[in-house]
Design a protein around this ligand. Sequence first.
Ligand SMILES: [Zn+2]
Length: 81
Amino acid sequence: MGTPHLVISRNTGTRRTYCAVCDQQRDFSVGLELYRVDTFELVCLICGQKHAPELVALLALGWLAQNFSQEECEAHAINLN
Ligand SMILES: [Zn+2]
């Protein structure tokens, strides 16, 4: 098996499933996750680090941005009340 090509996409449901690369059961949460390009199955972060560390770095940035914007929205909602 060659190096799997990975992409970042949005996971819409929390689930426990098998990573498409290492075949270990992992928990995946809603939000940005890694997927295989060929089968579009979820890939865990450990495999992501091995095969596409730059994508994992981008994912981490995405999560930070998501948390940041959620906090911003909450702060503005409080200001509106
Ligand atoms: Zn894996």
